[in-house]
Design a protein around this ligand. Structure first.
Ligand code: NAD
Ligand code: DAU
Length: 352
C-alpha cells in the first residue's frame, strides 16, 4: 500500500515522511514543487530507501496529479503543500491564493475523480487529510478560552485567509461529494529542517552568526509551540483512527510569549555554545517594527484528539528546544546551503 504526501520537501512534510518510514513499513510518494521553502536535502537520508518515491510537481497541475493517483493508487493523501509564511503573505499574497486555494481545489477535484473510480472497500478506506493551522481561528483575547474545534473561522492575514478558504473547500468536497476528508488545525511547530525565515530557526541562526535577533513589536504575542515530531505522530493517529468529516485541533499545551521563547533559546545557547567573548546571546535581541495585523494570541485546546485518539505531545518546550538547538548546531552545512541557495543549483541539476 502507498500514501501520497504533498509538500513533502518542506519542514513538516519532510519530518512526516521520515517519521512514517521509520515507524511504518508502507510506501510513500512525495510530491513537492520545490519552491524556495522546499529542500530535497531534507529527504536525503531516504535516497536509498526503495519505499520512497519523489516527484517534483505542483498540486495545481491536474494532469500530473491524475497520473500520480492512477499510477501509485494511494490509500490516502496527506496535504501539507502550501505557502506557509505569514510575512511573505503580507508582501506577496498572490502565491498564497494560487497554491493554498486554487491548488487545494485542483488536488481535491482530481482526488474526487480518482476516489470515485475505486472499488467499494478501497473507496471506504480512502482518506484525504488536510493539514491546516490554528491561525484560521483568528486572534484570541488574553482572557479567552483556547481554540476548540467549534471556534468560528476568523482569519486575519492573507496566509490564514487562504488556509481558511482551502479548509472550506475540503469541507465542501466532503459534504457535497462525500469525499472522505479529515482536517487538522495545528499550532506553531518547531524542530529540525525548519526554514530559517520562521522565528525559532531565525533566532538560533542569527544568534550563532552574531547578528541581531529581531523581535516584532513588544514581543508579547503568544504562540502555542509544538515539537514537529509530536505533530507527525498526531497526524498518523488522525489518519488511522480519525472520524471522516471531523476536524482535530493539535497543540503543544505550551503557550509562551515570543520574548520568552527567544530568551529560552539564548539561555540554552549560552550553556551549550557560549559566545567567545562570554557575553550572553540575550544582548543580540533587537526590537523591530511590528508585523502588520499581527495576531496577539493563539492557543489550542487539544483535548478532543487527546481523548478520542489517545494522542498527547511527548516533548515539553524545554526538551524539544534542546533537541532543536542541537540539530541546528550539528547541521551547519544544511544551514549554509539553505541560506546561500546552493541546494537550488543542485535541484536544477537533478530535476530540470
Ligand atoms: P513549508 O513552507 O516549510 O513547506 C511547504 C512545502 O510545500 C514546501 O516544500 C514547498 O515547496 C511545497 N509547496 C508549495 N507550493 C506547492 C505546490 N503548489 N505544489 C506542491 N508543493 C508545494 O511549510 P511547513 O511549515 O512545513 O507547513 C506545512 C503545512 O502545515 C502547511 O500547509 C502549513 O499551513 C501547515 N501548518 C504549519 C505550521 C507551522 O508551524 N509550520 C503549523 C500548522 C500548520
Ligand atoms: O500558528 C501556526 C502557524 O505558525 C503556521 O500556520 C504558519 O505556517 C507558521 O509560519 C507559523 O506562523 P507564525 O507567524 O506564528 O510563525 P513565525 O515563526 O513567522 O512567527 C512566530 C511569532 O514570532 C509571530 O508572533 C511573529 C514573531 N516573529 C517572527 C519573526 C520571523 C518575530 O517577532 N520576529 C521574527 O523575525
Amino acid at each position: 500500500m502507498t500514501i501520497l504526501v504533498t509538500g513533502a520537501a518542506g519542514f513538516i512534510g519532510s519530518n512526516f515522511v521520515m517519521n512514517w518510514l521509520d515507524k511504518i513499513d508502507e510506501n510513500i510518494v512525495s510530491l513537492d514543487m520545490l519552491t524556495y521553502a522546499g529542500n530535497l536535502e531534507n529527504l536525503s537520508s531516504l535516497s536509498n530507501d526503495s519505499r520512497h518515491f519523489f516527484i517534483k510537481g505542483d498540486i495545481s497541475d491536474s494532469e500530473l496529479i491524475s497520473s500520480i493517483l492512477n499510477k501509485y493508487k494511494p490509500r490516502a493523501i496527506i496535504n501539507f503543500a502550501a505557502e506557509s509564511h505569514v510575512d511573505r503573505s503580507i508582501s506577496t499574497p498572490e502565491n498564497f491564493i494560487q497554491t493554498n486555494i486554487l491548488g487545494t481545489f485542483r488536488i481535491l477535484q482530481n482526488t474526487l475523480i480518482y476516489w470515485e473510480s475505486l472499488g467499494k472497500i478501497d473507496k471506504k478506506n480512502f482518506r484525504f487529510v488536510q493539514i491546516s493551522t490554528d491561525e484560521v481561528y483568528g486572534d484570541l483575547e488574553v482572557e479567552s478560552e483556547k481554540f476548540t474545534e467549534d471556534n468560528k473561522y476568523l482569519p486575519n492575514s492573507p496566509y490564514s485567509a487562504s488556509k481558511a478558504a482551502s479548509d472550506h473547500l475540503v469541507r465542501a468536497w466532503h459534504h457535497t461529494y462525500k469525499l472522505p476528508v479529515i482536517t487538522t488545525n495545528c499550532s506553531n511547530n518547531y524542530g529540525p529542517f525548519q526554514f530559517p525565515e520562521k522565528l525559532i530557526p531565525l533566532c538560533i541562526i542569527n544568534a550563532i552568526s552574531n547578528k541581531p535577533i529581531p523581535i516584532y513589536g513588544d514581543g508579547k504575542q503568544t504562540r502555542d509551540w509544538l515539537y514537529v515530531k509530536d505533530h507527525c505522530e498526531a497526524i498518523r493517529a488522525v489518519l488511522e483512527n480519525g472520524l471522516v468529516g471531523d476536524t482535530y485541533n493539535i497543540g503543544g499545551d505550551s503557550e509562551k510569549t515570543n520574548i520568552e521563547v527567544v530568551e529560552l533559546i539564548c539561555k540554552l545557547l549560552d550553556s551549550v555554545q557560549p559566545r567567545t567573548d562570554e557575553v550572553t546571546y540575550l544582548k543580540q535581541i533587537s526590537f523591530v517594527k511590528d508585523r502588520p495585523g499581527h495576531d496577539r494570541r493563539y492557543a489550542i485546546d487539544s483535548s478532543k484528539i487527546q481523548k478520542e485518539l489517545s494522542w498527547k505531545p511527548k516533548e515539553t518546550l524545554a526538551s524539544g528546544m534542546k533537541k532543536t538547538i542541537k540539530w541546528y548546531l550539528d547541521n551547519d552545512e544544511w544551514i549554509k546551503n539553505v541560506v546561500s541557495g546552493d541546494y537550488k543549483k543542485w535541484i536544477d541539476k537533478h530535476y530540470s
